[in-house]
Design a protein around this ligand. Structure first.
Ligand SMILES: NC(=O)c1ccc[n+]([C@@H]2O[C@H](COP(=O)([O-])OP(=O)(O)OC[C@H]3O[C@@H](n4cnc5c(N)ncnc54)[C@H](OP(=O)(O)O)[C@@H]3O)[C@@H](O)[C@H]2O)c1
Length: 242
């Protein structure tokens, strides 16, 4: 990966996104990230990385005006974008019959439309030969009770990525998605009971959970020129879980 590439990683102040930010900074990229509301996590991230190549912005990816503003700022400050990693996400669980439809919409707005809008507004400023990685989920392929909104958004993003690969090939922009299995982060630890977590571990042939680093390493590979003929692909990171 060449130094000084400009990368936007949404949701980079926690969990998987934060590790992707770290890997990209280590590769010499200039990284912009955004978060939703956790100021403390944003400050901690800034302090921990202590890197002039990192800008942390507070923009909600589910609100179109905010996404537009964020891309305006990137255009104004950097003039272009080389890499987009759509990672920001949330998790609200409930049974379908009990789901408050506003909660269901919220998951779709952040986890699916948030990625769609960032992809839309990235196009005009993305360099020829740029790359997009969308973080989907194991639950985008394997259904799970009590998680229908998250399953639907995650499944949608896989095929949206494939459609992006078709359309954005006119600028030689590649688009791929990653489906990590359960990865201990604030999002997942909030969402699952310990008993369910133990069950997931038992179902994992490689005998451990995914780490944010597992996903970050794959993400960096997919963004890099080493993956220059890979587009429209979805890759699982699940330790052999099916
Ligand atoms: N953890 C897992 O088991 C797992 C497995 C498969 C896939 N994933 C996917 O990986 C991605 C990251 O998950 P994670 O586990 O790392 O979650 P996390 O630790 O909770 O981090 C989520 C990040 O996204 C940001 N965010 C949330 N809503 C946002 C919004 N509307 N606008 C802008 N930023 C927003 C958060 O900012 P604030 O903290 O300020 O809200 C935070 O920086 C998600 O797309 C998730 O679906 C996670």
């Amino acid at each position: 990966m060449n130094k000084n590439k400009i990368a936007l990683v949404t949701g980079g102040t926690s969990g998987i996104g934060k590790e992707i930010v770290k890997e990209l900074l280590n590769k010499g990229c200039i990284v912009i990230t955004c978060y939703h509301s956790n100021e403390e996590a944003a400050k901690e991230t800034e302090k921990e990385f202590n890197n002039n190549n990192l800008s942390i912005l507070k923009y909600d990816v589910s609100i179109e005006e905010e996404v537009i503003k964020m891309f305006d700022i990137i255009k104004e400050k950097y003039g272009k974008l080389d890499y987009l990693v759509n990672c920001a996400g949330t998790f609200i669980d409930n049974y379908i019959k009990d789901f408050d439809i506003n909660d269901f919409k919220k998951v779709l707005d952040i986890n699916l439309l948030g990625k769609v809008m960032c992809t839309k507004y990235a196009y005009s400023i993305m360099s020829n030969g740029g790359a997009i990685v969308n973080i989907s989920s194991h639950l985008g392929v394997v259904p799970c009770a009590e998680s229908s909104a998250y399953c639907a958004a995650s499944a949608g993003i896989i095929n949206f990525t494939k459609a992006t690969a078709l359309e954005y090939a006119d600028k030689m922009i590649r688009a791929n998605s990653i489906c990590p299995a359960f990865t201990p982060t604030p999002l997942s630890l909030r969402g699952w009971e310990q008993e369910e977590i133990d069950k997931k571990l038992k179902e994992t042939p490689l005998g451990r959970f995914a780490t944010p680093k597992d996903t970050a390493k794959l993400c960096v590979f997919l963004l890099s020129d080493d993956a220059s003929f890979i587009t429209g692909e979805n890759i699982w990171i699940n330790g052999g879980r099916i």
